[in-house]
Write a protein that binds this ligand. Structure first.
Ligand code: SAM
Length: 422
């Protein structure tokens, strides 16, 4: 039998929100009525015990298992999917907690009651209680039953409250949460049309989430580990006064880190996404890093300038619709002996090689919703996705021009780093 709910016309998500906000038409308050005794005694009827103590099989959910299904396999799958649906809800709660400063207010505060959290953050006590209950059920905050209080442990604070901590996952959560809601309609029509969806057509929270998700890793590794791994000659040139392009710079974190470390060199961050470039400029201004850095809207295939000492691409090459066109342009724009640094997700080019990678689920999901639609929205006909793997990268480097050298110079738990020398 077909589920009649599947026949319902799909409602516009915005209308759903309107309907909810209108609220029920009834003015009755059952909770108050119950307190006043209006509903008490409703079950004190002589027929109250007319039903059997144990419900018959057909009244239990066993009858919902379709014939031919393996019950154990079905249950295991349901458990898995249910946990993940819970995770999707948790992301929304997590981002709300971040927006409202709830985790930060709990960080180092010890045991708190919902009322205390409400006072600290200026939020509704009732909603604080439910938010804390949900976080406790997810294992994201600790619950102390005897005192009915909640606590953010040091580890939970690292993941949820402290932006500067490398274990913080709030950026990724913001990306995930931004891709739900009304945006689902846009994504659905993209899936039908195959026309793609550029960064500019995604919610703003998506680009901001990406910037937050990677900044701590870049901060720990780019200037301290990866640039030194490129050799003394580059280091000396950057100390003396080199010219650097950061292509697909997003909010400009990496451009700014390098500019701060090498004040005699000049840095330009290029990105196709105008809003990211505007954000990068604003962040540079706020941090007083302006003399040797600028940001421009430009694509990877035609950013201006030549004679670059170093061209960096962090998590961006796989997003381009024409990675080979970009690679050829990089070759032309580099000075003789100049270096192209490519940082990409640590993955295998093949699905079978990625299935045991704990990051694969997040990467393939992100790639389906962001990277591939973005590449499809551009000219070029390529859409590598976030799990591109080494072979594709090596392929475009080799095809772009006679680079003297191409090597994998480093690896982090999440990324692999390549360098090509002209
Ligand atoms: C995953 S984000 C990485 C941003 C930044 N490098 C970071 O690590 O935070 C990829 C960036 O590439 C940019 N991008 C995508 N296609 C581009 C193209 N064809 N030319 C230049 N930038 C592009 C996007 O706008 C986005 O900012």
């Amino acid at each position: 039998m077909e589920n009649f709910l599947s026949q319902l016309p799909r409602l516009k998500l915005q209308n759903d929100a309107e309907e909810v906000s209108k609220g029920p038409s009834s003015t009755k308050d059952p909770e108050r009525e119950l307190k006043q005794g209006h509903l008490q005694g409703a079950f004190d009827h002589e027929d109250a015990h007319m039903w059997p103590e144990t419900p018959p099989a057909e009244a239990r959910c066993d009858s919902l298992i379709p014939a031919g299904a393996n019950e154990a396999v079905l249950e295991k799958l349901q458990d898995k999917v249910l946990k993940e649906v819970g995770g999707a809800f948790s992301c929304v709660l997590g981002v709300l907690g971040d927006r409202l400063g709830l985790y930060k207010a709990m960080d180092g505060a010890g045991k708190v009651t919902p009322a205390e959290l409400a006072v600290r953050t200026g939020c509704s006590e009732r909603l604080m209680r439910e938010w804390l209950n949900a976080n406790a059920a997810a294992g994201w905050v600790a619950y102390h039953a005897p005192s009915e209080t909640f606590e953010l442990t040091a580890e939970q604070a690292m993941v949820l409250a402290r932006d500067e901590n490398p274990s913080n996952l709030m950026g990724l959560m913001e990306v995930a949460a931004s891709l739900s809601g009304t945006h689902l309609e846009t994504l659905a029509s993209t899936f039908k049309s195959g026309r793609g969806l550029s960064y500019g057509e995604q919610p703003v929270g998506m680009a901001r989430g990406i910037a937050r998700a990677t900044a701590t890793e870049w901060e720990a590794l780019l200037v301290q580990v990866w640039l030194p791994a490129l050799g003394d000659i580059l280091e000396e040139e950057l100390e003396r006064g080199g010219k650097v392009a950061d292509v697909g710079c997003g909010f400009g974190a990496t451009t700014l880190m390098m500019a701060r470390s090498y004040p005699n060199s000049t840095f330009v961050g290029f990105d196709r996404h105008e809003l990211s470039v505007l954000q990068a400029r604003a962040i540079a201004k706020d941090n007083g890093i302006e003399g040797n850095v600028s940001f421009q809207v430009s694509t990877a295939k035609n950013f201006p300038g030549d004679g670059f000492t170093l061209i960096t691409m962090l998590d961006s090459l796989h997003d381009f619709g024409d990675p080979l066109g970009a690679a050829k342009h990089v070759y032309e724009a580099l000075a003789d002996g100049g270096i192209w640094l490519i940082v990409e997700h640590l993955t295998d080019g093949k699905l079978s090689g990625n299935l045991t990678n704990p990051l694969a689920r997040v990467l393939y999901s992100f790639s389906t919703l962001v990277c591939v639609p973005n590449a499809l929205s551009q000219e070029g006909g390529c859409s590598w996705g976030a799990c591109a793997g080494e072979a594709k990268i090596r392929g475009v480097v080799e095809a772009a021009g006679p680079f003297r050298e191409f090597r994998r110079i480093a690896e982090s738990p999440r990324h692999m780093v390549f360098a090509a020398r002209k």
